[in-house]
Design a protein around this ligand. Sequence first.
Ligand SMILES: C[S@@+](CC[C@H](N)C(=O)[O-])C[C@H]1O[C@@H](n2cnc3c(N)ncnc32)[C@H](O)[C@@H]1O
Length: 249
Amino acid sequence: MKDTSEDSLLMPEAEESGLIKTLNSMGTMTPSPDAFSRAFIEFAPKAPGRSLDIGAAYGVATLPALRSGASVIANDIDERHLKILFNRVPVEHRARLELAVGEFPDGVNFPAGSLGAVLICRVMHFLDGPQIERAAAKVMNWLTPGGKVFVVGETPFIGTAKAFFPTYEARLKAGHPWPGVVENAAAHDPKRADSLPKLFHLLDERTLGRVFNAAGFGIERLELFARPEYPADIRLDGRESVGLIAVKV
Ligand SMILES: C[S@@+](CC[C@H](N)C(=O)[O-])C[C@H]1O[C@@H](n2cnc3c(N)ncnc32)[C@H](O)[C@@H]1O
């Protein structure tokens, strides 16, 4: 990655909730890893290949994975995030870190069978249905047998999606393949309109499970989980996020 004046870039200050805004209006980074990211961090040092953190932002999962001894490729669509991440990594861990700027899934490539673990945390909700299918297929190709993918996304069960919920339910009833696609995220969350892209893809266990099953993964864990750390208007009833762990057999 080239040296630019962005060497002096600093991570934005955390909001009251602890969430840290991205520089490219793609939501926020959480202050600490959730249970599924922690499972990635634990698995990464013993994974059968290098680990990849997609949409790493400022390193909420990459930094502890490096600390746990893993070799990590940190990916993000925004090079500035990766610059900040790099500056946050202790010098003694930098030899095990590679930075890979690019848009997942279509603008990012790795050799087949070269990775042992992949984390996709709070990034899938920026992808439409066909992109999510291509994402699962690419990760399947990149992983070596025994490698695992860890996915986390927001669900339709968040406070700010209440107005969207009837659409989600109607689509579910009609057998829509992507019931959680919110075409105009700003309309549902005007407070965060300036920090979110237009499309927001809320995911549930059925959708995520179907896609990763179809890509050939063995699903080890798939569940909704609570986000007590989220701001009050986003929290709902303990089903705010969905997590998946799946293995390439
Ligand atoms: C909501 S933040 C999540 C950050 C962190 N993974 C977390 O769990 O808190 C999304 C991050 O993914 C990046 N991103 C969004 N779309 C991406 C894509 N298609 N490919 C790679 N990175 C992407 C954004 O720049 C941002 O840093």
